[in-house]
Design a protein around this ligand. Structure first.
Ligand SMILES: [Zn+2]
Length: 118
């Protein structure tokens, strides 16, 4: 089973993802459109933060269920805890070392169709 290390641009945020990554998703919600990230779906047990959690900032919006993390220093989106499946993280595939995002299919997710708070 492969283990991928990942990091933000400046290197303050580091993490590990274990297991095969068979597909990625993009999302058309108002936040993901602006991040423009390809995301790997990773179970929380296969995700390990290897830096201090103090290196990331948390952004929440709308229903404030999903937890969107980004590096406090360089601003790169690294991963988020999913709203639809809280046991899973979405991980920025472009942050993973030795993983080619073009090597697996990328599926568009229709996050824009999820409910939005009034
Ligand atoms: Zn950084």
């Amino acid at each position: 089973m492969p283990t991928y290390t990942g990091s933000c641009h400046c290197g303050a945020v580091t993490f590990e993802v274990s297991g095969d990554i068979e597909q990625l998703t993009t999302c058309n919600c108002s936040l993901c459109r602006k991040k423009n990230a390809q995301m790997a779906r990773v179970h929380k047990d296969a995700f390990k933060m290897t830096a201090d959690w103090d290196t990331v900032s948390l952004y929440q919006w709308n229903l404030k269920i999903a937890k969107h993390y980004f590096c406090k220093t360089c601003g790169i989106y690294t991963f988020h805890q999913k709203r639809s499946e809280p046991d899973y993280f979405g991980v920025n595939a472009q942050c993973l070392d030795g993983f080619d995002p073009a090597s697996v299919p990328t599926i568009p997710a229709n996050g824009a169709a999820m409910s939005v708070a009034d």
